[in-house]
Design a protein around this ligand. Structure first.
Ligand code: CP
Ligand code: NVA
Length: 388
């Protein structure tokens, strides 16, 4: 499969991830046995077969949803996408949604997709499985977390990746470590999608961008605030909104803001798109916002299951909840926002902690629209990565 020929990928990867020394794998002759990944016709992997494969892609592009070309072979962080990629994914997602998927019904025919999850999930698992099945593909869910296993624990990341590519056409992984996911992506010749790591939740970020666009017509110029923990969801929302010209306000208690290098990177996008970023600890910065977004105060990686160390500096769950007490999204806080503001939450919500029932069940809540949009946005991403 003609994957991972982009040597530029390293230069645009999210900061804080490990150097990608293994990427040369596709750029240099291999000395070991030639490997023919199993789930695709072997001939399609050879240079000579590429024109035929392209022609097949071109005929599929004749369907009502045009082929989507992405600048990257994997989807590990929103920041790694180009601004055009984000626009194109959202446009494709909207087209798929308008037809409830009927216009892409066979696009993953014959493709198998592995979903490797180290952590629990409702929305991500369901939306991917339904999306893959709707496009004629075969999702295979592997609950790695159920046995306490993680990628790289039972066997090396390299061996994991080089086995998986013999079986399936794409890996969707929910992991603890972003660095391990990057390593999987480097090692595997098939696309890899981040279904959430401790640091990023890019699929959520795209679905949220789709939802905000639906509600306001555009993100450009829209005032979006995130209040609470500067976590994976916050980072991906920030990155997607800055790709699209939004004005993002991050409201976090001191010590809980997103990593400075990720904010700087998003700022570079905001500079290009006319967006802006404000970071404050003042909850009253919700005033006048058009989107009020929050997420849980204790993420899955903070809860630290047996065998997994909590992130350094994350604090124990009880002290985290105490630190965020003044940042609950309740009616009083929502009253500060624009009168037509929407409330957003990636879910699962911890009702009574970061948000009250009255807000999440209220007229301004968009949380189930967000959840649904996971499906459409992810279908677009999969089409792009699989060149389907
Ligand atoms: N928002 C989200 O990713 O939900 P799940 O954890 O249920 O997949
Ligand atoms: N921040 C949360 C998001 C869950 C979808 C977590 O990582 O647990």
């Amino acid at each position: 499969m003609p994957k991972k020929t982009s040597s530029s990928r390293r230069s645009t990867d999210a900061p804080g991830t490990k150097a990608r020394t293994a990427k040369a794998r596709t750029d240099k002759p291999r000395t070991e046995q030639p490997r023919t990944p199993a789930a695709r016709p072997p001939a399609a992997r050879t240079p000579a077969a590429r024109p035929a494969a392209k022609a097949a892609g071109a005929s599929r592009a004749g369907a009502s949803v045009p082929a989507l070309t992405l600048s990257r072979p994997d989807f590990l962080a929103v920041a790694a996408l180009s601004i055009d990629d984000v626009h194109n994914i959202l446009r494709t997602a909207a087209a798929i949604k308008a037809a409830r998927g009927a216009n892409v019904a066979d696009r993953l025919s014959g493709r198998a997709v592995a979903m490797i999850f180290e952590k629990a999930s409702l929305r991500t698992r369901m939306s991917f499985e339904v999306g893959i099945a709707r496009m004629g593909g075969h999702p295979i869910f592997y609950d790695l977390g159920a046995s306490g296993d993680r990628i790289g624990l039972r066997e090396s990341v390299r061996d994991f990746a080089r086995n998986m590519e013999r079986f399936v056409d794409m890996i969707i992984a929910r992991v603890y470590s972003q660095a391990i996911l990057e390593e999987v992506a480097d090692e595997a010749r098939i696309p890899v999608i981040n279904a959430l790591s401790d640091d990023h939740h890019p699929c959520q970020g795209l679905a949220d961008a789709l939802t905000i666009t639906e509600k306001f017509g555009t993100i450009r110029g829209t005032r979006v605030c995130y209040i609470g923990d500067g976590n994976n969801v916050c980072v991906s929302l920030l990155e997607s909104c800055c790709k699209l010209g939004g004005h993002v306000t991050i409201i976090c208690p001191e010590g809980y803001t997103p990593p400075a290098e990720l904010i700087a990177r998003a700022q570079a996008d905001a500079d290009l798109t006319g967006g802006s970023i404000t970071v404050t600890a003042d909850a009253r910065a919700v005033r006048g916002q058009q989107v009020v977004y929050t997420d849980c105060w204790v993420s899955m990686h903070h809860a630290a299951p047996a065998g997994h160390a909590p992130d350094a500096g994350g604090g124990d769950p009880a002290s985290r909840v105490a630190a965020f007490a003044a940042y609950q999204v309740n009616d009083e806080l929502m009253d500060l926002a624009d009168t037509r503001a929407i409330f957003m939450h990636c879910l699962p919500a911890h009702r009574g902690e970061e948000v009250t029932d009255s807000v999440i069940d209220g007229r301004q809540s968009a949380v189930y629209d967000q959840a649904e949009n996971r499906r459409w946005a992810q279908m677009a991403v999969m089409l792009g990565l699989l060149k389907a």
